[in-house]
Design a protein around this ligand. Structure first.
Ligand SMILES: [Zn+2]
Ligand SMILES: [Zn+2]
Length: 339
């Protein structure tokens, strides 16, 4: 039997362990992907610490997977071995639940999530549903494609469905793993782009990524600073600090919308009355389907958008994960298998 390397977590809160496993065989409707690169996402903490619906251990984390199709199970149409493919949070839908029957595939009640409900991409090979596959354009390196399959699609899809139109003032709150991509997408989608982050030193990077304005939230009240620029049609929040999110709401224009993609369980304190006068909306946005991933990758090639990454070999997954969790990563950590 062929074997492969995998990095698994044996129990909730346990350490990463490099193990030898048998290479799985794709069943009906499945694809075996030879992993070249797998990004490390903050949501991998759900795999490591447990507590997320569908998580059981031992588990191989990883849902920012880029590689090639090694082999296909029966009943898979439209894909060929050797094709370059990516898989993100969307690990394929069931096709029979109510949201699926209404065409809301990302709302699927039986959705597979690689590295959460099944073994993910911290390995040489990963088994996924064929409906989870997204084609990677030739122009994109695997290690650049990987973070675009979660951090990228999350920000790109939220922005393009936000209702903002070309020329509108759009603010990206945070300039980390999600934020540095959000700023690039906002600028290239034609929005007057404002980057909001902590510290004067990040201003130069924000401008380099395409931001037209930079607000240092440690030096000025960010909501007031946004209002001075005319008020934001959309604020995309990529951060997890609830108070920092609350601090920007006053910077929305009339009928403005706060779109949240930074996942946190911390409650936000917002005076309800504050939402009424401006007809303000607060919304979340779930990442997107495999087809949305393909759009994200193609748009990134078209517009010259790339994530800023640090690569680590697969066997140093634990170290790379700690670097991401500590906030030291600039800006996404990507594991490479050498394939
Ligand atoms: Zn993710
Ligand atoms: Zn479904």
């Amino acid at each position: 039997m062929a074997s492969m390397r995998a990095v698994q977590v044996n129990q909730a809160g346990g350490d990463f362990e490099l193990v030898e496993r048998e290479v799985p065989t794709p069943g009906r409707g499945e694809a075996l992907v030879r992993v070249q690169a797998c990004g490390i996402c903050h949501s991998d903490s759900f795999a490591k610490e447990g507590g997320f619906p569908g998580v059981s251990h031992p588990l191989v984390p990883g849902h920012e997977i880029a590689g090639t199709i090694e082999s296909l199970g029966d009943g898979v149409h439209g894909w060929e071995p050797g094709q370059r493919v990516g898989v993100g949070w969307f690990g394929g839908n069931c096709g029979y639940c109510e949201p699926c029957r209404r065409g809301d595939l990302i709302g699927c009640r039986n959705m597979e999530i690689p590295g959460i409900t099944s073994d993910g991409g911290y390995a040489d090979y990963v088994l996924v549903r064929a409906s989870a596959l997204a084609l990677i354009p030739d122009e994109l390196a695997a290690e650049d494609a990987a973070p675009l399959l979660c951090a990228g699609i999350t920000t790109f899809n939220a922005l393009r469905h936000s209702g903002a139109r070309g020329g509108d003032l759009v603010a990206i709150l945070g300039l980390g793993g999600l934020g540095h991509l959000g700023v690039q997408f906002a600028a290239k989608l034609g929005f007057q782009t404002v980057s909001i982050a902590r510290g004067a030193d990040k201003g130069e990077l924000a401008k380099r990524l395409g931001a037209h304005h930079y607000i240092d939230s440690t030096a000025q009240q960010p909501g007031e600073a946004l209002s001075k620029l005319g008020g934001a049609r959309v604020i995309l929040s990529t951060i997890t600090n609830a108070d920092a999110v609350t601090a920007v709401i006053g910077g929305l224009s009339r009928r403005g919308k706060l779109v949240i993609v930074g996942a946190s369980m911390e409650p936000m304190q917002i005076p309800p009355a504050m939402l009424i006068g401006g007809d303000t909306t607060i919304a979340g946005h779930a990442s997107g389907t495999s087809r949305d991933s393909e759009d994200t990758l193609s748009f990134s090639v078209l517009a010259g958008i790339r994530p800023m990454i640090e690569t680590f070999p697969l066997e140093r997954a634990g170290e790379a994960y700690e670097r991401m969790m500590s906030g030291a990563a600039r800006f996404r950590m990507v594991l490479t298998t050498g394939a």
